[in-house]
Design a protein around this ligand. Structure first.
Ligand SMILES: NC(=O)C1=CN([C@@H]2O[C@H](COP(=O)(O)OP(=O)(O)OC[C@H]3O[C@@H](n4cnc5c(N)ncnc54)[C@H](OP(=O)(O)O)[C@@H]3O)[C@@H](O)[C@H]2O)C=CC1
Ligand SMILES: Cc1cn([C@H]2C[C@H](O)[C@@H](COP(=O)(O)OP(=O)(O)O[C@H]3O[C@@H](C)C(=O)[C@@H](O)[C@H]3O)O2)c(=O)[nH]c1=O
Length: 285
């Protein structure tokens, strides 16, 4: 098999890909951190693509600070749109297939019905808008693409809600957690396995796909499950969105319909609580 390169490799998903690739003994995959390959630096991208001539490019690089993006629109746009545009041009030049990760936050989330790939996008945050811009730029430049929209990523790596809850759970006696935002947590290790499975399949059914774990929950119930599985005693207080102020607006409902990806790649997706147990057990080791 020809080379695979991963951009944004030191982030959460990048580290999960590294973990899975080493378990599956995949040796033709190369992991590039932001300091090794900044997707805003076209000269570096040119050199990297010439050196590796990748068959597949996995883009895990992104501006992911949802609240910070509201005051830092320029940088969020640069990374999530211009950087993605640079990668797309390089992929065209080298005939590479681009696997790009997008988000449930491209949706407004005002309808309580699992969201399909053809549902209307209407982001309500700067982060969501810039991620949608990234999707659009890829679709306008490249044919060989897999855009995977996912949501609520967590794992033993990087920063995420589950690790924040574990930390706050050991520091505080009580915690207010939003109970009227509903979605599905995604164990980034499960997503990483799926990405490598897509590559291995050689399937060329290019397009947008939705992926999360199975099931539906709220941030409050997700937090309760984290405390329960990790044996943390804390008073968790369910609150409405208006009672927990954040800079960015988040979709109230962002459950993704995964029928398309399951059918096309013959996937069995774990239920979110089962994967959460796996993750917390790993964190305990
Ligand atoms: N986290 C989540 O809950 C969700 C994430 N997603 C999407 O999944 C993808 C992966 O997310 P995740 O791993 O959690 O995010 P992280 O924030 O953990 O990782 C993002 C990585 O991108 C790197 N990066 C930032 N700017 C550049 C740049 N200019 N050039 C190269 N690399 C850069 C960062 O480098 P550095 O460490 O040096 O800053 C970081 O390592 C993203 O596309 C995100 O939008 C989708 C849904 C949910
Ligand atoms: C820490 C904390 C958060 N919350 C709420 C705020 C928010 O609505 C929700 C999640 O907060 P976080 O800031 O941890 O997560 P957030 O950064 O909003 O997570 C999002 O990240 C981006 C990158 C995505 O693409 C999304 O799919 C999603 O995972 O939980 C509480 O209610 N209580 C708390 O103590």
């Amino acid at each position: 098999m020809n080379n695979i390169i991963v951009f944004g490799a030191s982030g959460q998903l990048g580290q999960c890909l590294k973990n899975i690739a080493s378990k599956k003994v995949i040796t033709n995959i190369y992991f590039l951190s932001s300091s090794e390959a900044n997707i805003l630096d076209t000269e570096t991208l040119k050199k990297v693509f010439e050196a590796y001539n990748p068959e597949y490019v996995i883009n895990c690089a992104a501006y992911t600070a949802v609240d910070k993006a509201e005051d830092d629109q320029e940088m969020a746009l640069k990374i999530n749109k211009t950087g993605v545009e640079n990668l797309s041009h390089a992929c065209v030049e080298h005939s590479s297939t681009l696997i790009h990760i997008s988000t449930d936050f491209v949706f407004k989330g005002d309808k309580a019905k699992p969201l399909t790939e053809v549902d209307e996008t209407k982001p309500v945050s700067v982060y969501g808008k810039t991620k949608l811009d990234g999707e659009k730029v890829i679709e306008s430049l490249l044919k060989k693409i897999f855009i995977i929209r996912t949501g609520w990523l967590y794992s033993e790596y990087g920063n995420n809600f589950a690790k924040t809850m574990l930390r706050l759970g050991s520091e505080k006696d009580e915690l207010k957690i939003i109970a009227d935002q509903v979605g599905t947590p995604t164990y980034a290790i499960d997503l990483a396995s799926t990405i490598l499975q897509i590559i291995k399949s050689g399937n060329t059914a290019y397009g947008i796909y939705h992926y999360s774990n199975e099931g539906v929950t709220s941030w409050y119930d997700f937090a309760k499950a984290i405390f329960d599985i990790a044996d943390i005693e804390i008073k968790a207080i369910p609150v409405k969105t208006e009672e927990y102020l954040t800079k960015a607006t988040r979709p109230p409902y962002s459950v993704l319909d995964k029928s398309k990806i399951k059918k096309e790649f013959n996937l069995e997706i774990p239920y979110w609580r089962d994967s959460l147990i796996t993750c917390i057990n790993k964190l305990k080791q």
